[in-house]
Design a protein around this ligand. Structure first.
Ligand code: AMP
Ligand code: MG
Length: 490
């Protein structure tokens, strides 16, 4: 089939712009065939937005592509090289269990990475087997789609196939491959790799590529590289605020897991916070709480400082001047984050305008939520619907006092009470992917081959601000009180 015929028949319209970068940034790969690929789930809205033909994707030929057994016409898959600070320590990394098929040109003219995760060993696999288990790939599918529905920039999931092969972890598990969609897979760690192991020209080529793909507006600027950095700061500030506002805990904010595009990437040990507590950590390997909920914004700032270090040679010939420029830019991150977060918090409380006391109004609420360990999502829901169940928080004197201030504050804005209520409905999700619900769905899928629990969960999560009756069931807390633990999806 020629490329033209391929586009018409299957919808695959792939480019390989990444392969135009210097060779140091990738290694071409042959597909690593798997035994008997079976399609488990296919994301119709994503397939459509990519211009792909659903019937073809579900056919044997389509599944061959989704499992890495065959590559569409005209592209050579590749594994990307990158590095990263993992828990603060620099390591040479790379796609150890993923390959980039190419970049799909969508009917809207967008360029979107198509990556297979779990597709086998690569030159960057180090000691790993290059494979992934079904549970973690479905988990990434569920949570990334939930994040998208919550309005949070994220990589997305097109499909999961099982490989028909077992992989060995603590036990034998079914192997699977996730097709991940991203506006690119450029990471802070890609720049760290360039700065550490490449030449300045190679670094420049990478920065120009990032500008072309994500920030074309800075291309003609006097200091385009500094402006690239400033743009990434803006996107990350907005992203981090969105995470904090819904209680999302990424779990492994290493610099290789931070994108240049500003999308959330790498759903390993992530989870949503239940009881409000800035010290919340779910990941079993995060023993010191480096990536705890309350630390996420400052860790993002730390990661951006590592990004700035890689760009210093491009900011200015005079390195002292370059450092000053970087510091000046990065000092803005905290301010930008706070503006986004504060605006979002005010919306969660139904406030349109801004008053001086709003900071303390929000701070006081969070403090009593922490004191009484109330569920983060459900507290805001209860405030939205004025449906305060008999909880310690709502019965407390502190809450009564706070509520009086809040009601008075809501009265001091032009917008009506019903507009304020509407703002709260749109700012406080009815559902998040609750840990016990996700586990329940994965257990049915992996242990019993029953995907119906997951499909129902995906359905409720697909419109988190609908506040529909069936969502009520999904907002209940787990009966078990033992702390939830997550593991890296390896
Ligand atoms: P992650 O924890 O998924 O961000 O991965 C960190 C690094 O480990 C990346 O370079 C991955 O490609 C690599 N990696 C994770 N799992 C595997 C695996 N099963 N085989 C090979 N490399 C892996
Ligand atoms: Mg990663």
């Amino acid at each position: 089939m020629t490329k033209r015929e391929e586009i018409i028949e299957t919808g695959w319209n792939l480019e390989s712009s990444y392969a135009s970068l210097p060779k140091t940034f990738f290694t071409h790969l042959n597909p690593n065939p798997v035994q008997s690929p079976t399609l488990i789930i296919l994301n119709e809205p994503v397939a459509k937005s990519l211009g792909l033909n659903m019937n073809v994707l579900q056919s044997e030929a389509g599944i061959k592509v989704l499992s890495g057994n065959e590559t569409p016409e005209g592209v050579l898959p590749l594994a990307q090289a990158y590095a990263g600070h993992q828990f603060g320590y620099f390591n040479r990394l790379g796609d150890g269990r993923a390959m980039l098929i190419g970049e799909q040109i969508t009917p809207q003219g967008e360029q979107v990475d198509i990556q297979l995760k779990g597709s086998g060993r690569t030159p960057y696999s180090r000691g790993g087997d290059g494979r992934a288990a079904l549970g973690p790939m479905l988990r990434e599918y569920i949570i990334s789609e939930a994040m998208h529905a919550l309005g949070i920039p994220t990589t997305r999931s097109l499909a999961v196939v099982t490989t028909g092969e077992s992989i060995i972890r603590e036990t034998e598990l079914p192997g699977a491959i996730l097709t991940r969609i991203a506006s690119s897979h450029l990471r802070v760690g890609t720049f760290e790799y360039a700065a550490q192991f490449g030449t300045v020209d190679e670094l420049k080529a990478l920065a120009n590529y990032a500008i072309k793909r994500h920030y074309p507006d800075v291309k003609e600027d006097d200091n385009r590289y500094l402006n690239l950095f400033k743009e990434v700061i803006k996107r990350q500030a907005s992203l981090l605020a969105k995470w904090q506002l819904v209680g999302f805990i990424h779990g492994v904010m290493n610099t290789d897991n931070m994108t240049i595009s500003g999308e959330t990437i790498d759903y390993g040990p992530c989870a949503f916070m239940d009881a409000y507590d800035p010290a919340t950590v779910f990941s079993s390997i995060d023993t010191k709480g480096r990536y705890a909920y309350g630390n996420q914004p400052s860790i993002a700032g730390w990661n951006l400082a590592r990004f700035a270090e890689t760009l210093l040679p491009l900011f200015d010939e005079n390195q002292e001047k370059a450092v000053e420029m970087a510091q000046d830019a990065i000092s803005n991150f905290g301010k930008l984050f706070h503006i986004h977060w504060f605006t979002g918090m005010r919306a969660k409380l139904g406030l349109f305008n801004e008053e001086k006391e709003d900071e303390s109004l929000i701070g006081d609420l969070l403090e009593i939520m922490k004191k009484y360990r109330t569920d983060y999502t459900n507290t805001f829901l209860a405030l939205t619907f004025d449906n305060r169940k008999d909880t310690k928080l709502f019965n407390s004197e502190e809450f009564a006092q706070w509520n009086e201030k809040w009601q008075a504050r809501r009265g001091r804005q032009e917008e009506s009470k019903s507009m304020s209520h509407q703002l709260m409905r749109n700012s406080n999700p009815a559902v998040i992917p609750r840990n016990h619900r996700v586990e329940e769905a994965l257990e049915a899928a992996v242990k019993e081959g029953d995907y119906s629990v997951m499909m129902r969960l995906l359905e409720v999560l697909s419109n988190p601000y609908a506040h529909s009756p069936e969502q009520v069931n999904y907002s209940t807390l787990p009966t078990s009180t033992s702390p939830y633990r997550t593991f890296c999806g390896t």
